[in-house]
Design a protein around this ligand. Structure first.
Ligand SMILES: Nc1ncnc2c1ncn2[C@@H]1O[C@H](COP(=O)(O)OP(=O)(O)O)[C@@H](O)[C@H]1O
Ligand SMILES: C[C@@](O)(CCOP(=O)(O)O)CC(=O)O
Ligand SMILES: [Mg+2]
Length: 333
């Protein structure tokens, strides 16, 4: 972003008061503290075009002072993720920051890996990192489910089991086949916090209908989890599995449209890819941002290039990715 911001430790201490900075003791950001944090950011007179960054800076100051206290330090943040696009940039930012701060906190020792200069976090450290990141997510987008910070921490795929909400709803999934996706960034900015609250308002207006829609969405994720983990060795099994996955994605997009989080730009991607019998659905909170298109194993390069070129002609930006991948990692600088 080309922004360079700093706060004197003495000022942070004066404004935020004494805090028993201890990375192993989780605390939430109170509304009073959020007020104080917003005052500290407001004095920087951020350019109007960066106003969306404010909540990220509140999360930064909260996590930094809660974990490291008022020790001087310098954080350099770089990111390849488009912000506010449904790719979980907020959660990735909070996870990377929490990981770095925990790695620097008192009494923390990184587990060295076999290879020189390779470190890894222990499982209970990863759980702590994910919990701190969740506190940061709460500052940025209000009522996070926890799935974004969990998948950014542990990597791979995670299923949110609604029925386990009171204990630990996050269940790791072990995919038996790689899932390739084309991500299309519609470049339509949107704010997760406002989208999540717009869905809550629709629930208040249509409680029973929305409850049925959420149950249908839950059934889709249950079916998808079984599908993702089901064995598929032979070509015929893979293509059957892919056809079912496409159908589930298509139904899910319809239900997400039903709860009001689609957008004209998202529907353009859905229509454009459908011309080549490809299925797309919004990702993240919707309202613009990014769209996933499932890429079947046997899709030809020619068709892929044709679809990407059509989408780019709409002004969109495309990335080919594979679902899954490692979670948070720490490297010595
Ligand atoms: N690299 C970053 N540095 C600072 N803040 C960030 C960074 N990435 C994301 N954020 C914060 O997260 C917000 C975007 O979060 P959100 O609205 O949930 O969208 P998404 O998570 O889909 O990108 C940004 O407006 C900013 O406040
Ligand atoms: C909409 C939601 O399911 C994901 C938000 O994703 P993103 O911040 O738009 O990348 C909210 C959540 O699970 O925290
Ligand atoms: Mg987010």
């Amino acid at each position: 972003m080309g922004l360079n911001l700093s706060w004197p430790c003495s000022q942070l201490k004066e404004v935020l008061g004494d805090c028993s900075a201890d990375g192993s003791v989780l605390v939430s950001c109170t509304s009073e503290k959020l007020e104080l944090l917003s005052g500290l950011v407001a004095q920087k007179n951020m350019p109007q075009e960066n106003v969306q960054l404010n909540s990220g800076l509140y999360a930064f100051l909260f996590l930094y002072t809660s974990i490291l206290g008022y020790k001087p330090g310098k954080a350099v943040v770089t990111s390849e993720l488009p912000m506010g696009s449904g790719l979980g940039s907020s959660a990735s930012f909070c996870v990377a920051l929490s990981g770095a701060l925990i790695a620097l906190s008192e009494g923390f020792s990184l587990k060295t890996k076999e290879k020189k200069d390779q470190f890894s976090f222990r499982k209970n450290d990863l759980e702590l990192i994910s919990k701190w990141a969740f506190e940061g997510e709460k500052i940025i987008h209000g009522k996070p489910s926890g799935i974004d910070n969990t998948v950014s921490t542990f990597g791979n795929m995670i299923k949110f089991k609604k029925e386990l909400k009171t204990t630990n709803p996050m269940m790791p999934l072990n995919s038996t086949t790689p899932l390739k996706m084309l991500i299309t960034d519609t470049r339509v900015g949107r704010n997760t916090k406002s989208l999540v609250s717009s869905v809550s308002e629709r629930v208040l207006r249509h409680p029973d209908t929305m409850s049925s829609v959420f149950n249908a969405i839950n059934s889709i994720s249950d079916e998808l989890a079984l599908l993702v983990e089901s064995p598929a060795e032979y070509k015929v099994e893979v293509s059957e599995k892919e056809e079912k996955l496409k159908e589930l994605m298509q139904m899910n997009q319809g239900l997400l449209q039903c709860i009001g989080v689609s957008h004209e730009s998202i529907e353009t991607v859905v229509r454009t890819t459908m011309k080549e019998k490809l299925v797309s659905k919004l990702t993240g909170a919707g309202g613009g941002g990014c769209v996933l298109t499932f890429v079947p194993t046997l899709l030809s390069a020619a068709v892929t290039e044709k679809v990407i070129s059509e989408l780019e002609q709409c002004g969109f930006r495309c990335f080919m990715v594979e679902v899954g991948g490692p979670g948070v990692q720490v490297f010595p600088c």
